[in-house]
Design a protein around this ligand. Sequence first.
Ligand code: FPP
Length: 232
Amino acid sequence: MSVPNHIAIIMDGNGRWAKKRGLPRLMGHNAGMKSLKEIVRACSDMGVRYLTVYAFSTENWKRPDDEVSGIFKIMVLYIKKELAELKSENVRIQVIGEWEKIPKDARESMEFALRETAENTGLQFQIALNYGGRREILDAVKELYRRTEKEGGDIDSIREEDIERYLSTAGSPDPDMIIRTGGELRLSNFMLWQCAYSELIFRDVYWPDFDKKELESCIAEFEQRHRRYGGL
Ligand code: FPP
């Protein structure tokens, strides 16, 4: 199976997965972390170059405090448990979004993971934390405006690539496909600039039920669409 170069995922449905089982929402996030583990390994094994996951949006702060702090605790746990294996599989962890604003212990463990995997050349695993697509574009435009003003540059000669250079994804290619689980059919402020030509693939399964088989079915759908367009 040929695989997409860059897969991005909106991991939705942890809360509903838990509710359906009469469990607290955090148990859903915990189960979601296990899915993530399986998908990272599958992508790495299949030779996907980039995997970007929406782990915490700028809107997620509106959730109850204990759920927010619980999600970050799960992240710290994930790093603690998985870092050695990620390192040995040559996975490089990166973070996008305004993640300097996340709780201190989560930030520190992420910083550690970034340092420890900085030299790895296999799967580039990008975690979106305190990420919002509009905010990302706004910040890029502000920075570009600042630079242009300072350097006395010509506004009319600003190109798309100049905006791209200030996005938090600078240097990585746009996603070939964006998968959303959980049955909702929208992007929810995820990778708004980068999604311009991405295939959008929606699955009606909650994220904790999304496994390697589901991923393969998404890739098959992606390939089928491509073959069809290629034949025109
Ligand atoms: C969406 O489900 C999921 C989240 C907001 C959090 C996802 C976080 C993890 C899977 C842990 C991540 C760990 C790392 C290391 C990145 P939801 O709560 O919105 O589900 P609902 O729509 O059913 O309520």
